[in-house]
Design a protein around this ligand. Structure first.
Ligand code: ATP
Length: 223
């Protein structure tokens, strides 16, 4: 089973996330995409103090009706910070035989050397990296972490870098959507419309629960 693993804070989930998941599913011929909201992100402060349960609920509402999308609460069930390397190990244990494709935007990939045991990530899953507006891509002929370059060769047939483990790193140029959760939170805090940036069911959830309004724990301001 070829499964896309899509981790994120999803604070809130938006059309940028959903479209990239759909395109990766199609381009990489995946059976399923598993959205994995992070409980305690190790790399950034969680804006607005929106609890894991509410971010999970928004993802659930956003993907309802798509039989190829699923969500897991795996990271919410674990103690401490959500390190991807540990999550992938758990997945291999719980679902032996899966072929995982770990999906991320270019901003996350550019930070990967700061991730816990990042070198082991490349031995646990394929990586699928998507361009993101406003984020400069690493040089096309040399995009991998410097400390690991001897561990890869370019696979022309697969259009990917192959790691010694056999897993590959794919760089995809799919639809370029300049949408971020930060922008949505800022709009809502300023009582402005976030319509057409995220699914209406998620917008309704945010409204019902009064999330991201000014004074709800977020110090973000609109640009
Ligand atoms: P925030 O604005 O709060 O930092 P975000 O919009 O980056 O949030 P996350 O949930 O942190 O959303 O993102 C999860 C993953 O999806 C990350 O790897 C991120 O790079 C990627 N991602 C999010 N939005 C886009 C987008 N519009 N284009 C490409 N990648 C994206």
């Amino acid at each position: 089973m070829r499964i896309g693993i899509f981790g994120g804070t999803f604070n809130p989930i938006h059309f940028g996330h959903l479209r990239m998941a759909e395109e990766v599913r199609e381009t990489c011929a995946l059976d399923r995409i598993l959205f994995m909201p992070t409980a305690t992100p190790p790399h950034k402060k969680l804006a607005g103090d929106v609890p894991f349960a509410q971010r999970l609920a928004m993802v659930r509402e956003a993907i309802a009706g798509n039989p190829t999308f699923a969500v897991t609460d795996l990271e919410g069930r674990r103690e401490g910070k959500s390190f991807s390397v540990h999550t992938l190990e758990i997945l291999h244990r719980e679902e032996p035989g899966i072929e995982p494709f770990f999906i991320m935007g270019m901003d996350s990939f550019c930070d990967i050397e700061t991730w816990r045991e990042y070198r082991r990530l490349f031995s646990l899953a394929h990586l699928v990296v998507l361009r993101r507006p406003g984020v400069e891509a690493p040089p096309a002929d040399n995009p991998l972490p410097v400390a690991m370059q001897g561990e890869f060769c370019y696979d022309h047939a697969a259009v990917a870098y192959r790691h010694v483990s056999g897993y590959k790193v794919f760089f995809l140029c799919e639809t370029y959507l300049d949408i971020s959760s930060t922008q949505i939170r800022q709009l809502i805090a300023c009582e402005r419309s976030a319509r057409y940036l995220l699914p209406p069911v998620v917008e309704a959830y945010i409204d019902r629960h009064g999330l991201y309004r000014a004074g709800k724990g977020s110090s973000e301001r609109a640009r």
